[in-house]
Design a binder for this molecule. Structure first.
Ligand SMILES: C[S@@+](CC[C@H](N)C(=O)[O-])C[C@H]1O[C@@H](n2cnc3c(N)ncnc32)[C@H](O)[C@@H]1O
Length: 277
């Protein structure tokens, strides 16, 4: 028999050797999963003795993590804006940065929201869960991603207020919305060469346009006015260096009140604009 704390210490050493900076936190979370306890209660279980089965599960997952597989793939979920979302290799692992877009969206009222490139559905599902009167639609080119978005919408009890459709940005979208949100792929082809190993486990088309990182914004900004109600709002997540260019695209499309909003680290993260009344 072996104690959880001793196994955690050994796992931290293995993961630290793989250059994983979050090794202590990851080791505790993997142990919490092996013991089937809440991660926040792991401190109370450090002296637990592991069964052979728990030990095997723990080390299988530590080895996966040491290969730089993302924690969300190993655990099967990711906490986003206080809710757990099912995550598989078919969808982008939701980032904390995207909570900036959520905060911005919730800062004004909306009734009908469109989420372009919905992936796991984390943005749309969160917005509908936070606004019980709102309805929405989510689109993605990936049918496999929409299967996961559906599961998450059901899990968070908003499935009856949303629909999901395969679409190349606006290609099958009909009607008009008072809020359009999107976190499109914005990593440039060049940046893809230098990214962390974890990103190789994510769908490439969720990360990059294989070009200058701005392809999706050109389409979304140019077409958004046709799908926004008067006074309707658009919010897109951006990479920290893309603010000025995306803001210009929105202005060129005739949108007003264009603003670049920072994230908690003061980096440009969201561009917002309104359709004139
Ligand atoms: C950065 S991920 C965002 C996923 C999710 N909304 C989030 O914030 O975690 C971009 C998403 O856009 C989708 N996508 C890529 N190209 C697209 C296109 N041409 N039309 C619609 N969606 C697209 C990808 O499949 C992926 O789900």
């Amino acid at each position: 028999m072996t104690q959880a704390s001793a196994e955690i210490a050994d796992a931290v050493a293995v993961m630290a050797a793989a250059q994983i900076t979050s090794a202590p936190k990851d080791a505790r979370n993997l142990m919490a999963q092996a013991l089937s306890v809440e991660p926040s209660r792991m401190t109370l279980h450090l002296r637990d003795e592991l069964t052979a089965e728990q030990l095997d599960q723990f080390w299988t997952n530590v080895r996966r993590r040491a290969e730089r597989e993302p924690m969300s793939h190993i655990l099967g979920s990711r906490l986003f804006y206080g809710r757990n979302f099912k995550i598989t290799p078919d969808v982008l692992d939701p980032r904390g940065d995207t909570e900036t877009l959520i905060e911005a969206a919730l800062s004004e009222p909306f009734e009908e929201v469109l989420d372009l490139g919905t992936g796991s559905g984390c943005i749309l599902v969160t917005l509908l869960a936070e606004r019980s009167e709102a309805v929405g639609a989510g689109t993605d080119v990936s049918e496999a991603a929409l299967v996961i978005a559906n599961v998450n919408a059901k899990e968070h009890a908003v499935l009856d207020r949303c629909s999901f459709e395969v679409s190349n940005w606006f290609s099958v979208v009909r009607g008009s919305y008072d809020l359009i949100v999107s976190n499109p792929p914005y990593v440039t082809a060049e940046e893809m060469l230098t990214l962390e190993p974890e990103l190789t486990y994510e769908p490439r088309m969720a990360l990059t346009d294989e070009a200058d990182g701005l392809t999706a914004y050109r389409r979304i900004c140019a077409q958004a006015p046709g799908f926004l109600k008067p006074n309707g709002r658009i919010l897109v997540e951006i990479g920290p260096t893309q603010g000025a260019q995306v803001a210009q695209m929105m202005a060129d499309a005739g949108l007003a009140q264009v603003q670049v909003l920072p994230d908690l680290d003061s980096r440009d993260r969201v561009v917002s604009a309104h359709k004139p009344a």
